[in-house]
Ligand binder design. Sequence first.
Ligand SMILES: Nc1ncnc2c1ncn2[C@@H]1O[C@H](COP(=O)(O)OP(=O)(O)OP(=O)(O)O)[C@@H](O)[C@H]1O
Ligand SMILES: [Mg+2]
Length: 361
Amino acid sequence: MRKKDQWNMILIILLIVSITGLHYGTTASPWPIHDFYRRLYYIPIILSAFHFRLRGGFTSSAVIMLVYAPHLLLYFGTLDIEVINQLLEAAMFMVVGVITGYLAEQAYQRELKLQNQVSQLKKMDLLEKKLRKSERLASLGQLASGIAHEIRNPLGIIKTISQTLHQEALEAEETSMAEGLSIIENETDRANRVIKGMLDFARPEPLKLKAMDASVILEDLLHIMKSLAKQHQVEISSNMKAILPIHADADRLKQALMNLMLNGIQSMKNGGTLTITLDIVNREKEEKQALIVIRDEGNGINEKDLPYIFDPFFTTKDGGTGLGLSVTHRIIEEHQGSIEVKSHKDEGTEFYLYLPLAKEE
Ligand SMILES: Nc1ncnc2c1ncn2[C@@H]1O[C@H](COP(=O)(O)OP(=O)(O)OP(=O)(O)O)[C@@H](O)[C@H]1O
Ligand SMILES: [Mg+2]
């Protein structure tokens, strides 16, 4: 019981006890105040119907009837208008308690229904926002893959020619020419990385889903990332539920997770710990899901940047493509999962990845 309800209950009990005391204390007196005390019983009845609804109205009026009944025994054997009057009043306690309780109950149910509708509307609004976002990402993806295909070939040609010229410049000892050509090669490589990212993002191939153990995928990844983490003075700590079957395309899921781990490692300029956890969760009204959390102690994300981090080409890094998270977002959505992020500037970032569990066959 809530604290407020406890206080209300104590107040109602105190009222019943003191009114009963006053009422019984004045029984012998012919003074009409006695009748007035009896009517005071309506106060605790209405109060408890108001606070505890039908249950409260019924219980308090029943209790009052019970404490009132011995008093009626005083008139046992006599039947005059006064006794009938008192019997009717006792019945009125019940009637008032039940009617007020019933009305309070109805008002309460209406309020509950309204609250429910409001929370459903909020949910629908969220879903609509999500849908609009994935539509936007999908059309950007199509555009990106079109451009990527067109640019890949000329880039390939530029790179091959500049490599040949680079070789010739080195042989002719033309250092500044060689330097310029090596910049061209590096930049073409970077452009190629952007294109690879765009193609990953827009990849039209359907997933090859199989039931597999999420912890095996994560263990594989930890193995791959270990040396890179070490180079950045980052320690990887993991806490994983041993066996957790999910439906996944292992390669694609690894790619999604790797982008998150890379971002985490890159965010910790002075080293730190990257923590990976895997567990089962049961979110409100949803089926059980696998939850992977990737937590870093890095520089965090600016609050104003948070709404954009999953958009393609959004980056705050020199040389970043800004495609990592949009690829991850897409892969997780294709797995019917969802991704959430919490971040505090200069404290770190947590990515929460929810994935459906494989159904037992
Ligand atoms: N763990 C993180 N800590 C701090 N900032 C992050 C983190 N993850 C993402 N971000 C922010 O979100 C932006 C987008 O990330 P995303 O992975 O999409 O691209 P990127 O890392 O900049 O480029 P790329 O993935 O090509 O290297 C980053 O530039 C960074 O500002
Ligand atoms: Mg990245």
